[in-house]
Design a protein around this ligand. Structure first.
Ligand code: PLP
Length: 428
């Protein structure tokens, strides 16, 4: 279906991205230094330095630089699995047959590592105040599955979740927290950095994150023993012998010194990136006033997000009918109403990139048979169709009515005004 008011707008000459890398010049200096000194490897000064920078920023004792945030999450699962259930004979499958509670509305990299270790993710519904794991649903989940000892929680789009409440529930049931702070580097909750609340936590330097190494990630922990283990596993688990001696299963997960050079050059610009992202969020908030939409919410009293992505959600009574199946979508245009599909088409028309909200994991074909707990108790996979006033879970409701807006650091105010104007046109 074509966007009806398209005629009034001229597409940008250069594509406006959702969130693209923003380089500053220092990155190339550290890459060249790695080249000049021939540390073109998974060891070197850049790696040592970025581990220090992350420890200092986040306030955790140890940071282990890895090839990806997903690798960090995998090693976090393995560390927690070994701690809870002991070492399995081959050193993998530490969560074999064990249930693990996980955020439901998130990127699948939050939960896939549970399955790498043989575990079974059980998804916890989302709350409306920060779009993160609902502590009430989490408590319900422990009532239903009291044997569970591990919880993986993400801070979506850079907004910290309800950490006090979530921690309280986890402490009550003696569960280990793993924080997926891949999207929220630099965000704080009651003055403390995300990535410092769980036992084992992860951040990401993937290309579209708040700062980037083009790839890369880190495991964060206060345990020296855990950090040493993760470092060893990440370099094929070699023992201290003159030859390649192996007593444990290893991985090739260590960060490259070249990638670390990029991260090192980016780190001093983290706060500047956050300030810019916040300006973008505020400009949208101001510019969209009067429309039946709201920005992605956060707890302004207790938290300071990093504003990685600006998102909006359409009021229930301003949604036109929109139906999504597994691959396709259609909607019926109504005057004064819109839907994410129409807005995303309009944004694409001006050569800009928006994105649907993360489709909840309990609605993904791969995870459809897994448990899903809402604040009312056992949930179930529901229809993809948006039915106003239906009893759809919170995650699917946000997925149906929400979308991510172009949030690139390098977007000009003029470009952003055009994005705002075209959203306005969708509600005409
Ligand atoms: C990006 C991301 C990851 C994975 O990080 P990579 O570095 O891409 O492996 C994990 N969880 C969430 C929520 C993410 O957004």
């Amino acid at each position: 279906m074509a966007f009806e008011n398209a005629g009034k707008f001229a597409p940008f000459e250069k594509k406006l991205w959702l969130s693209s890398p923003t380089m500053h010049g220092e990155e190339i200096k550290y890459i060249q230094e790695a080249y000049r000194s021939n540390w073109m490897s998974t060891a070197g000064e850049n790696i040592d330095e970025v581990e220090k920078l992350a420890q200092e920023k986040i306030g955790c004792r140890y940071a282990v630089a890895l090839s990806a945030g997903t690798a960090a999450l995998h090693l976090a699962m393995k560390l927690a699995g070994q701690e809870l259930y002991g070492q399995s004979p081959m050193g993998h499958g530490t969560l074999e047959g064990k249930r693990v509670f996980a955020s439901d509305m998130t990127f699948d990299a939050t939960v896939n590592p549970i399955v790498y270790e043989g575990g079974i993710p059980v998804f916890i519904d989302t709350e409306e105040d920060t779009w993160n794991m609902d502590p009430i649903a989490l408590e319900k989940a422990f009532e239903i599955y009291p044997e569970v000892k591990m919880v993986v929680m993400a801070h979506l789009y850079g907004t910290p979740g309800k950490l006090d409440e979530l921690k309280e529930v986890c402490e009550k049931y003696g569960a280990i927290i793993i924080e997926d702070a891949a999207e929220s580097l630099g965000a704080t909750y009651k003055g403390k950095q995300t990535g410092s609340f769980g036992r084992y936590n992860c951040i990401s330097y993937n290309g579209n994150k708040i700062i980037t190494g083009s790839a890369g990630g880190m495991l964060l922990t206060d345990s020296l023993e855990a950090a040493d283990k993760a470092r060893k596993w990440s370099t094929q688990a070699r023992e201290a012998a003159a030859w390649y001696q192996h007593e444990e299963l290893g991985y090739n997960y260590r960060m490259s010194n070249v990638i670390a050079g990029i991260v090192r050059g980016q780190f001093p610009h983290l706060e500047e990136h956050i300030a810019r992202k916040k300006e973008i969020y505020e400009r949208y908030k101001e510019g969209l006033k009067g429309l039946p939409v709201r920005m992605n919410p956060y707890d302004a009293q207790n938290s300071e997000p990093n504003f990685w992505l600006s998102c909006l959600i359409i009021d229930k009574d301003a949604m036109c009918r929109q139906i999504r199946d597994e691959r396709d979508v259609c909607y019926v245009k109504e005057a004064g109403k819109s839907c994410p599909t129409e807005i995303l088409e309009a944004i694409a028309f001006i050569n800009a990139e928006g994105r649907p909200i993360w489709k909840p994991m309990h609605m993904q074909p791969i995870y459809r048979m897994n448990g899903f707990i809402t604040k009312k108790g056992n949930g179930r996979a529901m229809t993809n169709a948006y039915i106003a006033g239906s009893t759809v879970d919170v995650g699917m409701d946000i997925f149906s009515r929400g979308l991510c807006l172009p949030s690139d650091n390098k977007m000009t105010p003029e470009q952003q005004n055009t994005v705002i104007d075209i959203i306005r046109a969708c509600f005409e």
